[in-house]
Design a protein around this ligand. Sequence first.
Ligand code: SAM
Length: 260
Amino acid sequence: MAHDWYASPLYYDIIFDQDTALEADFVEAAFRRYARPAGKRRLRVLEPAAGSGRLMVELARRGHAVSGFDLEPAMVEFTRGRLASAGLSGEMARGRMERFDLGAGRFDLAHCFVSTFKYLLTERAARAHLRCVARGLRRGGIYLLGFHLSDYGAGRGEAERWVGRRGGVRVDCRIDSDPPDPEARTERVRSSLRVHEAGRRHRVETAWDFRTYDAAQVRSMLAAVPEFELVACHDFRYALEDERTLDDDWEDVILVLRKR
Ligand SMILES: C[S@@+](CC[C@H](N)C(=O)[O-])C[C@H]1O[C@@H](n2cnc3c(N)ncnc32)[C@H](O)[C@@H]1O
């Protein structure tokens, strides 16, 4: 048994790759709709906490200039390796979401999906992250930020399971989260990957805390970062035609933040 799924980038990639093309379509379409100006075709794209690089590779294949970073060295190496083996250019470095500087005004668009933002466990870290992203974007550039919202009244946790396959590798993924703690603003999350590979089976177990947000907490955080205006909200269906309001009726949100 291994601990920490981020030390096993291939397994992470297999289970999270299913929506990659859909997310990349959304990134391109959201830029055309919400960035000002939005005519540019070859975008300079930043992905904080880019993980296994699935979206960096997809967007580089589509002709965009991609930059990313991640805290986990195995993820950085994996992403660099797959960009190189696909003959694609892109910069991937080691770095922290709450403290980075890749140059002011350099990017047209940044994105951070699948609740990664919730790894920032304090309000201070969350705001610092948003300010770093704002600094990196040019005026009128957008930040697409997608994460699950918490229902503090639900009194129960959540469980999700699905299966990913690539080549001869099969990964059964189960993610459990405890009920959110409204005082601590955290929820405990556990992932369990059961890997079947070359006649062998093993498990990768990880546990971590996420910061929690309801709609009002999202609004209050955004009010503290005036560098951004909230221009639209969508959800994890990644459908540009479905614009939503920011409220507690939904379980997840993609914020479209535009740099003033
Ligand atoms: C759920 S994965 C998301 C990866 C990628 N953005 C994607 O959509 O597939 C979360 C990533 O965040 C990274 N991470 C967690 N905390 C971080 C931090 N404070 N700074 C930078 N990366 C962090 C982890 O190493 C992991 O690769």
